[in-house]
Design a protein around this ligand. Structure first.
Ligand code: DC
Length: 222
């Protein structure tokens, strides 16, 4: 099978990360979590007290940021200027800041170049919001994975339960704000590419989603 570039876009909590990682594993491909890059920028901005709408400081920040993935065994870890920040980028504060900075073109443009470089060799599954529309419009296979908000909020709530005192209602309210931010921003809003395969994961298990994706990938390869 020739190496392909596969993109998986969709809103928060639709199961993108689990599905993307498993699909990459099944194919022996590299997995790239582009949301982690936006979280890395948010982490750096918060650490320096940079406001999410301060384009001047964000621009200077992007010039000195060195974000890269390294494998620890089979686990991709994110390094920011040499420091492993993987475990600190899933907090609610960073989640909301990542959504805010991702609306700024200075941030998106800098990450665009980085993501294109990471996709050079293909044989990769890229997970994000604008992979199939903006970053890799010529990807070999594109998926758009979505689900209704209640089931997405429940999934996210189960993931972060015990790591703070969040209620399901709070998680759902935050998710609505993020959905709104991500899909109404003027640059690279979250939309399905015209040629993306749309999969509704509301009533599907992870394995069913992966099986459906593999069918499309094999079809493309044949
Ligand atoms: O997938 P995630 O929740 O880790 O993404 C964090 C934020 O980054 C999310 O609010 C939207 C943004 N993002 C983006 O704008 N474009 C991408 N390709 C990936 C993430």
């Amino acid at each position: 099978m020739k190496p392909m570039l596969i993109t998986i876009d969709g809103p928060a909590g639709a199961g993108k990360t689990t599905v993307s990682r498993s699909l990459a594993d099944r194919l022996g491909y590299t997995y790239v979590d582009t949301g982690a890059l936006y979280r890395g920028v948010a982490h750096a901005a918060l650490a320096r007290g940079i406001e999410s709408d301060d384009d001047k400081r964000l621009k200077s920040l992007m010039e000195i940021l060195d974000l890269r993935f390294k494998l620890l065994g089979s686990e991709p870890r994110l390094f920011l200027n040499g420091v492993d920040i993987t475990d600190g980028i899933r907090t609610p504060e960073i989640t909301m800041m990542a959504s805010a900075v991702s609306a700024r073109p200075v941030v998106r443009n800098a990450l665009f170049d980085l993501q294109r470089r990471l996709g050079d060799k293909k044989a990769a599954v890229f997970e994000g919001r604008d992979m199939g529309t903006v970053v890799f419009p010529d990807a070999d296979v594109k998926f758009f994975l979505f689900a209704d908000i209640r089931s997405r909020a429940k999934r996210r709530y189960e993931e972060i339960k015990g790591k703070g005192d969040h209620t399901l209602e709070q998680v759902e309210a935050d998710m609505r704000v993020r959905d709104e931010n991500d899909s109404t921003r003027s640059v690279a809003p979250l939309v399905a590419a015209d040629d993306a395969v749309r999969i509704d994961s509301t009533a599907l298990g992870i394995d069913e989603v992966i099986d459906e994706m593999l069918t499309h990938v094999r079809l493309k390869a044949s």
